[in-house]
Design a protein around this ligand. Structure first.
Ligand code: UD1
Ligand code: F6R
Length: 371
């Protein structure tokens, strides 16, 4: 039932304040003698010791689920101190890459039925790794075959383009990082700030959803373009990849997410006065580097769309042709949850304006159960 919405994708984008609330329900609690806030993930509590002892955490997934894991990698590394590596499921299998008994392999999948991810799961089990699932679908193959895991509880996702599952996956993986790191005294303050940020996140997402009309206007400007580049780095490298994936899969427009640190190693050659380029430049440790990326693109007369923190629009778009999209600033590791929302809205409106099928893009299936 789409309710008041025209498409499931639109409904699922707009219901993110609620889906995120459900994802966190009962999992952020006050506990301990000092009544500090902690994370409780029921499915993992008997396994945290083993995970903390592992030599490496390997994230494995495809498409949007891979991107969600990528967005969560920095905070997991920071709070756990354990090296985290990333694997696209099909590539791990193609290479028969090394997986060891001392590894924790985390399988991320909305449907829980993706063939490539399942194959990688069988492979990791055979190699003796602890296999953890992060899925939206209770009773799915991945939920059943993993040793333990977390349901993201985002509610059924029907649009082929994954939207609300992405933001809920990130929130679960941030909670996973908090749970693994929960015995480290030195990061107590940081963890509490993140928990406060999580509790506030649904309200912040609601605020970002008010950009709907603005993103529709932007879509109107981009309607006849051939291509859109999206530059991000740090926490928002994943936002660049995921934003570009949405634009290409539903709006059927070529789009590429690019790690901004790689700009001078090739992509800069594409910059001119015609190609639209989105740059994610919200405030975090990478902000000054992104400012210099923006200046270099301005110098080549780039047509820029800059996503920045509230109050920064004037400074980021001070020269050249540039549109700014302002979003609230939150804890750095939660910023990707907000930053993807305008790009989801952009992809949605571009699709409608270009006259393509929103909920069933050509050639794609919701759940890819064949290799
Ligand atoms: C569970 C209940 C929830 C109840 C709550 C109350 C289910 C599905 N969940 O939620 O209804 O309100 O307790 O305490 O009954 N698992 C995997 N692989 C996965 C995902 C999950 O093995 O990919 C396992 C978990 O390790 C766990 C079980 O499935 O044993 C349920 O996981 P989850 O729903 O995340 O647990 P709770 O949040 O505790
Ligand atoms: C993108 C999309 C796909 C899926 C991918 C993995 O919007 O829907 O890229 O993310 O097929 O699917 P799951 O998460 O079900 O394993």
């Amino acid at each position: 039932n789409k309710g008041k919405y025209d498409h499931y994708m639109q409904k699922e984008i707009h219901e993110q304040p609620e889906s995120l609330t459900t994802t966190m329900r009962g999992r952020l609690i006050r506990g301990g003698s000092r009544k500090t806030k902690t994370v409780l993930l029921g499915g993992l509590k008997d396994h945290l010791k083993t995970i903390r002892r592992s030599r490496r955490i390997v994230f494995i997934g495809c498409g949007t689920s891979y991107n969600a894991a990528l967005a969560s990698r920095p905070i997991l590394e920071e709070l756990s101190g354990i090296p985290v590596s990333m694997e696209i499921a099909s590539d791990l299998w193609d290479r028969q890459g090394p997986i060891y008994r001392e590894d924790t392999a985390v399988f991320v999948s909305q449907s829980g039925e993706t063939a490539d991810t399942l194959l990688a799961l069988d492979y990791a089990r055979e190699n003796g790794a602890l296999c953890v699932g992060i899925t939206n679908t209770v009773g799915s193959s991945i939920a059943r075959k993993t040793h333990c895991g977390v349901h993201i509880n985002a509610g059924a996702e029907i649009g082929v383009a994954s939207t609300k599952a992405y933001t809920s996956q990130i929130v679960v993986m941030v909670m996973l990082a908090l749970a693994i790191g929960s015995d480290t005294i030195s990061s107590q303050k940081r963890r509490e700030a993140i928990i406060d940020g999580l509790l506030d996140l649904p309200y912040k997402v609601k605020e970002v959803l008010k950009l709907d009309e603005e993103m529709k206007d932007l879509a109107q400007l981009l309607i006849d373009e051939q291509s859109l580049l999206v530059f991000g780095r740090g926490y928002n490298y994943a936002t660049a990849l995921e934003g570009a994936l949405k634009v290409k899969e539903v709006a059927l427009m070529h789009s590429e997410g690019i790690l901004a640190g790689e700009m001078k190693h090739g992509p800069l050659a594409l910059a001119d006065e015609n190609l639209p380029i989105a740059v994610i430049a919200t405030r975090d440790a990478c902000f000054s580097k992104q400012q210099s990326v923006i200046q270099q693109l301005h110098a080549r007369k780039g047509r820029l769309i800059v996503m920045c923190s509230k109050g920064d629009a004037a400074s980021v778009s001070s020269s050249g042709s540039c549109r700014a999209i302002e979003v609230p600033q939150v804890e750095d590791c939660l910023q990707p949850v907000l930053n993807i929302v305008p790009l989801q809205l952009l992809a949605y409106h571009l699709t409608v304006l270009r006259g393509h099928n929103v909920d069933q893009p050509r050639n794609l299936a919701k759940s890819v159960t064949t290799q």
